[in-house]
Design a binder for this molecule. Structure first.
Ligand code: MN
Length: 275
Protein backbone atom coordinates (compact mmCIF):
# COMPACT_ATOMS: atom_id res chain seq x y z
CA UNK A 1 0.00 0.00 0.00
CA UNK A 2 1.18 3.52 -0.85
CA UNK A 3 0.33 5.88 2.00
CA UNK A 4 0.47 9.60 1.27
CA UNK A 5 -0.21 12.81 3.16
CA UNK A 6 -1.73 15.53 0.96
CA UNK A 7 -3.60 18.85 0.85
CA UNK A 8 -2.67 19.84 4.41
CA UNK A 9 -1.87 16.46 5.97
CA UNK A 10 -4.99 14.58 4.87
CA UNK A 11 -4.48 10.81 4.56
CA UNK A 12 -4.50 9.28 1.10
CA UNK A 13 -3.81 5.99 -0.61
CA UNK A 14 -2.09 6.15 -4.00
CA UNK A 15 -3.05 3.68 -6.74
CA UNK A 16 -1.34 4.19 -10.12
CA UNK A 17 -1.74 7.90 -10.94
CA UNK A 18 -4.71 8.53 -8.64
CA UNK A 19 -5.16 9.17 -4.92
CA UNK A 20 -8.10 8.25 -2.66
CA UNK A 21 -8.93 10.27 0.46
CA UNK A 22 -9.31 7.89 3.44
CA UNK A 23 -9.00 10.57 6.14
CA UNK A 24 -12.46 9.98 7.61
CA UNK A 25 -12.35 6.18 7.34
CA UNK A 26 -9.60 5.77 9.93
CA UNK A 27 -10.37 8.72 12.23
CA UNK A 28 -7.26 10.55 11.04
CA UNK A 29 -6.73 14.03 12.56
CA UNK A 30 -5.03 16.26 9.95
CA UNK A 31 -4.29 18.88 12.62
CA UNK A 32 -2.14 16.33 14.49
CA UNK A 33 -0.72 14.34 11.61
CA UNK A 34 2.30 12.77 13.27
CA UNK A 35 0.24 11.44 16.17
CA UNK A 36 -2.28 10.12 13.66
CA UNK A 37 0.52 8.47 11.68
CA UNK A 38 1.95 6.78 14.77
CA UNK A 39 -1.54 5.46 15.58
CA UNK A 40 -1.98 4.25 12.00
CA UNK A 41 1.41 2.52 12.01
CA UNK A 42 0.91 0.97 15.45
CA UNK A 43 -2.57 -0.38 14.60
CA UNK A 44 -2.03 -1.08 10.90
CA UNK A 45 -2.87 -4.76 11.31
CA UNK A 46 -6.47 -3.93 12.16
CA UNK A 47 -6.79 -0.64 10.22
CA UNK A 48 -5.58 -2.09 6.93
CA UNK A 49 -8.89 -3.88 6.38
CA UNK A 50 -10.81 -0.70 7.21
CA UNK A 51 -8.75 1.25 4.67
CA UNK A 52 -9.23 -1.40 2.00
CA UNK A 53 -13.01 -1.32 2.52
CA UNK A 54 -12.99 2.48 2.32
CA UNK A 55 -10.95 2.32 -0.89
CA UNK A 56 -13.68 0.32 -2.59
CA UNK A 57 -16.03 3.32 -2.44
CA UNK A 58 -13.75 6.32 -1.84
CA UNK A 59 -13.72 8.87 -4.67
CA UNK A 60 -10.31 9.29 -6.29
CA UNK A 61 -8.68 12.27 -7.97
CA UNK A 62 -5.59 12.49 -10.18
CA UNK A 63 -2.35 12.72 -8.20
CA UNK A 64 -1.42 15.73 -10.32
CA UNK A 65 -4.39 17.66 -8.87
CA UNK A 66 -3.24 17.45 -5.23
CA UNK A 67 -0.34 18.81 -3.19
CA UNK A 68 1.65 16.06 -1.46
CA UNK A 69 3.04 16.68 2.05
CA UNK A 70 6.00 15.02 3.77
CA UNK A 71 4.77 11.47 4.54
CA UNK A 72 6.40 11.47 8.02
CA UNK A 73 5.85 15.00 9.33
CA UNK A 74 7.54 15.07 12.74
CA UNK A 75 9.52 11.98 13.82
CA UNK A 76 11.20 11.92 17.23
CA UNK A 77 14.47 11.40 15.38
CA UNK A 78 16.11 10.95 11.98
CA UNK A 79 19.01 8.50 12.23
CA UNK A 80 21.40 8.48 9.27
CA UNK A 81 24.23 6.29 8.00
CA UNK A 82 27.56 7.91 7.09
CA UNK A 83 29.64 6.40 4.24
CA UNK A 84 27.54 3.30 3.60
CA UNK A 85 28.58 2.61 -0.05
CA UNK A 86 32.20 1.80 -1.04
CA UNK A 87 32.11 3.90 -4.22
CA UNK A 88 30.95 6.92 -2.20
CA UNK A 89 33.79 6.32 0.27
CA UNK A 90 36.22 6.44 -2.68
CA UNK A 91 34.78 9.61 -4.24
CA UNK A 92 34.90 11.43 -0.89
CA UNK A 93 38.32 9.95 0.01
CA UNK A 94 36.89 9.05 3.41
CA UNK A 95 39.15 7.01 5.65
CA UNK A 96 36.32 5.16 7.39
CA UNK A 97 32.90 3.70 6.59
CA UNK A 98 29.71 3.19 8.58
CA UNK A 99 31.39 0.18 10.21
CA UNK A 100 33.70 2.53 12.10
CA UNK A 101 31.63 5.76 12.10
CA UNK A 102 28.34 4.31 13.35
CA UNK A 103 25.53 6.80 12.76
CA UNK A 104 24.56 10.45 13.17
CA UNK A 105 21.32 12.35 13.79
CA UNK A 106 19.59 14.95 11.60
CA UNK A 107 17.13 17.45 13.04
CA UNK A 108 13.48 16.47 12.36
CA UNK A 109 12.82 20.19 11.75
CA UNK A 110 14.80 19.87 8.49
CA UNK A 111 12.03 17.82 6.82
CA UNK A 112 10.19 19.12 3.74
CA UNK A 113 7.78 17.34 1.41
CA UNK A 114 7.47 16.77 -2.33
CA UNK A 115 7.39 20.01 -4.27
CA UNK A 116 9.12 21.88 -1.44
CA UNK A 117 12.19 24.07 -1.80
CA UNK A 118 15.67 23.46 -0.40
CA UNK A 119 17.01 26.79 0.91
CA UNK A 120 20.78 27.17 0.58
CA UNK A 121 22.24 28.91 3.66
CA UNK A 122 25.57 29.93 2.03
CA UNK A 123 26.34 31.37 -1.38
CA UNK A 124 30.07 30.73 -0.98
CA UNK A 125 30.06 27.11 0.21
CA UNK A 126 29.34 23.88 -1.60
CA UNK A 127 26.01 22.23 -0.74
CA UNK A 128 25.41 18.71 -2.12
CA UNK A 129 22.54 16.37 -2.88
CA UNK A 130 22.64 12.84 -1.43
CA UNK A 131 20.08 10.32 -2.73
CA UNK A 132 19.04 7.78 -0.08
CA UNK A 133 16.64 4.95 0.64
CA UNK A 134 14.93 5.62 3.99
CA UNK A 135 12.37 3.78 6.08
CA UNK A 136 9.97 4.45 8.93
CA UNK A 137 10.02 2.35 12.09
CA UNK A 138 6.88 0.25 12.67
CA UNK A 139 7.08 -0.60 16.36
CA UNK A 140 9.11 0.19 19.45
CA UNK A 141 12.53 -1.42 19.10
CA UNK A 142 15.62 -1.91 21.25
CA UNK A 143 18.47 -4.37 20.72
CA UNK A 144 16.90 -5.87 17.60
CA UNK A 145 19.26 -8.21 15.70
CA UNK A 146 19.48 -7.86 11.92
CA UNK A 147 17.76 -11.22 11.54
CA UNK A 148 14.56 -9.77 13.09
CA UNK A 149 14.76 -6.16 11.87
CA UNK A 150 12.39 -6.62 8.93
CA UNK A 151 9.51 -7.08 11.40
CA UNK A 152 10.16 -3.58 12.74
CA UNK A 153 10.12 -1.69 9.43
CA UNK A 154 6.74 -0.26 8.44
CA UNK A 155 7.58 1.13 5.01
CA UNK A 156 10.08 2.80 2.71
CA UNK A 157 10.45 6.14 0.89
CA UNK A 158 13.05 8.38 -0.72
CA UNK A 159 15.14 10.88 1.26
CA UNK A 160 17.58 13.58 0.17
CA UNK A 161 20.28 14.13 2.79
CA UNK A 162 21.24 17.68 1.80
CA UNK A 163 24.72 18.52 3.05
CA UNK A 164 27.01 21.54 3.34
CA UNK A 165 30.59 20.35 2.73
CA UNK A 166 33.15 21.40 5.31
CA UNK A 167 34.76 20.55 8.60
CA UNK A 168 31.83 20.96 11.00
CA UNK A 169 30.31 17.78 12.39
CA UNK A 170 27.68 16.09 10.22
CA UNK A 171 24.64 16.96 12.38
CA UNK A 172 25.35 20.68 11.87
CA UNK A 173 26.07 20.49 8.14
CA UNK A 174 22.96 18.36 7.46
CA UNK A 175 20.33 19.87 9.79
CA UNK A 176 19.58 23.25 8.20
CA UNK A 177 15.85 23.84 7.76
CA UNK A 178 14.68 22.27 4.44
CA UNK A 179 17.71 19.90 4.27
CA UNK A 180 15.66 16.67 4.46
CA UNK A 181 13.16 16.30 1.61
CA UNK A 182 11.24 13.01 1.98
CA UNK A 183 8.63 11.18 -0.07
CA UNK A 184 6.77 11.02 -2.27
CA UNK A 185 4.82 8.63 0.04
CA UNK A 186 5.40 5.60 2.26
CA UNK A 187 5.34 2.25 0.45
CA UNK A 188 4.58 -0.47 3.01
CA UNK A 189 7.31 -3.07 3.48
CA UNK A 190 5.19 -5.91 2.07
CA UNK A 191 4.82 -4.04 -1.22
CA UNK A 192 8.54 -3.18 -1.49
CA UNK A 193 9.64 -6.77 -0.86
CA UNK A 194 13.44 -7.08 -0.76
CA UNK A 195 14.77 -3.52 -0.10
CA UNK A 196 18.28 -4.57 -1.14
CA UNK A 197 17.76 -4.77 -4.90
CA UNK A 198 16.35 -1.31 -5.69
CA UNK A 199 17.68 1.02 -8.38
CA UNK A 200 18.17 4.52 -6.97
CA UNK A 201 18.71 7.50 -9.28
CA UNK A 202 18.93 11.26 -8.86
CA UNK A 203 18.84 14.02 -11.47
CA UNK A 204 19.66 17.71 -11.14
CA UNK A 205 17.57 19.32 -13.87
CA UNK A 206 18.08 16.89 -16.79
CA UNK A 207 21.50 15.65 -15.67
CA UNK A 208 21.67 12.16 -14.15
CA UNK A 209 24.03 12.54 -11.18
CA UNK A 210 23.52 9.36 -9.16
CA UNK A 211 22.65 5.87 -10.41
CA UNK A 212 23.19 2.91 -8.09
CA UNK A 213 21.49 -0.05 -6.47
CA UNK A 214 20.79 -0.72 -2.80
CA UNK A 215 22.44 -4.15 -3.13
CA UNK A 216 25.73 -2.27 -2.69
CA UNK A 217 24.95 -0.98 0.82
CA UNK A 218 27.78 -1.82 3.26
CA UNK A 219 25.34 -2.17 6.17
CA UNK A 220 21.98 -3.05 4.65
CA UNK A 221 18.69 -1.81 6.15
CA UNK A 222 18.51 -4.68 8.64
CA UNK A 223 22.14 -4.59 9.76
CA UNK A 224 21.98 -0.79 10.17
CA UNK A 225 18.78 -1.20 12.20
CA UNK A 226 20.73 -3.48 14.53
CA UNK A 227 23.54 -0.91 14.82
CA UNK A 228 21.10 1.87 15.76
CA UNK A 229 18.80 -0.09 18.04
CA UNK A 230 21.74 -1.34 20.07
CA UNK A 231 22.16 2.29 21.22
CA UNK A 232 18.73 3.89 21.33
CA UNK A 233 15.08 2.95 21.64
CA UNK A 234 13.34 3.45 18.30
CA UNK A 235 9.69 4.46 18.22
CA UNK A 236 6.97 4.00 15.60
CA UNK A 237 7.29 6.90 13.18
CA UNK A 238 11.05 7.36 13.60
CA UNK A 239 13.04 7.70 10.36
CA UNK A 240 16.20 5.80 9.48
CA UNK A 241 18.08 6.69 6.30
CA UNK A 242 20.66 4.38 4.83
CA UNK A 243 23.28 6.66 3.25
CA UNK A 244 24.10 7.83 -0.24
CA UNK A 245 25.78 6.01 -3.10
CA UNK A 246 28.38 7.67 -5.34
CA UNK A 247 27.69 10.66 -7.56
CA UNK A 248 27.02 13.37 -4.98
CA UNK A 249 27.45 16.89 -6.29
CA UNK A 250 26.54 20.53 -5.77
CA UNK A 251 23.12 22.11 -6.17
CA UNK A 252 22.38 25.76 -6.74
CA UNK A 253 19.47 28.18 -6.78
CA UNK A 254 17.06 27.46 -9.60
CA UNK A 255 17.85 23.73 -9.81
CA UNK A 256 15.18 21.05 -9.75
CA UNK A 257 16.28 17.84 -7.99
CA UNK A 258 14.53 14.52 -8.66
CA UNK A 259 15.07 11.27 -6.75
CA UNK A 260 13.59 8.07 -8.13
CA UNK A 261 13.69 4.74 -6.30
CA UNK A 262 12.45 1.55 -7.93
CA UNK A 263 9.08 0.27 -6.58
CA UNK A 264 8.75 3.47 -4.48
CA UNK A 265 8.38 6.50 -6.76
CA UNK A 266 9.75 9.93 -7.56
CA UNK A 267 10.42 12.80 -5.15
CA UNK A 268 11.10 16.23 -6.73
CA UNK A 269 12.01 19.51 -5.02
CA UNK A 270 13.32 22.95 -6.00
CA UNK A 271 16.38 24.87 -4.80
CA UNK A 272 16.67 28.56 -3.84
CA UNK A 273 19.04 30.81 -1.91
CA UNK A 274 17.90 31.54 1.64
CA UNK A 275 16.61 35.14 1.89
MN1 MN B 1 23.81 10.94 3.76
Amino acid sequence: MRIALFNGNRLGVVQADRIADVTEAVGWDATDAHRSLVRLISRFGELRGTIEQALAKAPTVPLSSVSLDAPVPNPSKIVAAPVNYRAHQQEMQEEFTVERLGFFLKAPSSIIGPGGTILLPYKDRRTDHEAELAFVVGKTAKDVPASQAAEYIFGYFGLMDITVRGREDRPMRKSFDTFTPIGPWIVTADEVGNPHELDIRLWVNDELRQSANTRDLIQDCYRFFETVSRVMTLYPGDIITTGTPEGVGPIQAGDRVRLEIERIGELAVGVADKS
